[in-house]
Write a new protein. Structure first.
Ligand SMILES: [Zn+2]
Length: 254
């Protein structure tokens, strides 16, 4: 049986696809524990390198005319994905670039709402939505928007990944060995990691092991922190589209 749920992953991190896929899979399991990810969900990166460049924060947040053509293509790709089947999702990862306590200073989420409004304009074009005139276009667009999921760690994705303390300690030990205590401190007080500016610069290996750390994530502990990871889960949980689609991966396969 082909996968029921298709997820297009957009991430600002170069080579970040596998990491965001692993994190997304964790979040799906936290929202619908019985979800059958392997059989029921497929994850895809953006097909074109130029579009992957468009999800760099300096580009998708840009209002420069020089970026408009690329952004138009990105918005069109997103709109087509959201309309392509009843269970096609887009996960859009961008960093908060602020600590959680200072998140009011970050304009990224407001910029994202503007970006989504422009995607919605694209969706309104009959050549994109292809909704027969007798059907309710605005209803279809509202559903499609429910399939666009923002994944927003504060300060950056490493604030979540460094919660994999055991593995992170091993990685430091096989490198410099000077950050072992730091990972211990963060494990003892998990809420602290959302408050570290540029966590990637606070340890020796930076983003080098992100995918392995993502797979090892202590997701229940991280959710219990109640900061940016929990906020992302809560936002996704509010999508009836997502909960319904994840539920169908096991409800329909018996
Ligand atoms: Zn180290």
């Amino acid at each position: 049986m082909p996968p029921l749920v298709s997820v297009l992953i957009l991430t600002e991190d170069k080579d970040g696809h596998d990491t965001i896929e692993a994190v997304t899979e964790h979040i799906f399991r936290l929202i619908v524990p019985e979800v059958r990810v392997r059989e029921g969900v497929s994850f895809e990166p953006l097909p074109e390198a130029r579009l992957r460049r468009a999800v760099q924060p300096s580009v998708w947040r840009s209002r420069a005319d020089a970026d408009e053509r690329l952004l138009r293509d990105l918005r069109r790709t997103i709109a087509s994905q959201l309309f392509s089947t009843p269970a096609s999702f887009v996960v859009f990862h961008f960093d908060g670039d602020a600590t959680w306590s200072d998140r009011a200073s970050s304009t990224h989420e407001a910029d994202f709402r503007l970006f989504v409004a422009k995607v919605e304009q694209v969706m309104n074009a009959p050549s994109v939505h292809r909704v027969p005139s007798r059907e309710n276009v605005s209803q279809r667009i509202a559903e499609a928007k429910g399939r666009l999921l923002a994944l927003v760690p504060f300060y950056s994705i490493e604030a979540w990944l460094y919660q994999s303390a055991d593995l992170a300690k091993e990685m430091c030990k096989s490198g410099c060995g000077r950050h072992v205590e730091r990972f211990e401190t963060w494990r003892a007080n998990r809420a602290e990691l959302d408050e570290v500016p540029k966590p990637k610069d606070a340890v020796c290996f930076g983003a080098k092991h992100n995918h392995d750390l993502a797979r090892a994530l202590p997701t229940n502990d991280l959710q219990a922190v109640g900061k940016s990871f929990a906020a992302t889960i809560d936002a996704w949980k509010a999508s009836d589209e997502l909960v319904g689609a994840l539920t169908r991966t096991y409800a329909e396969s018996g």
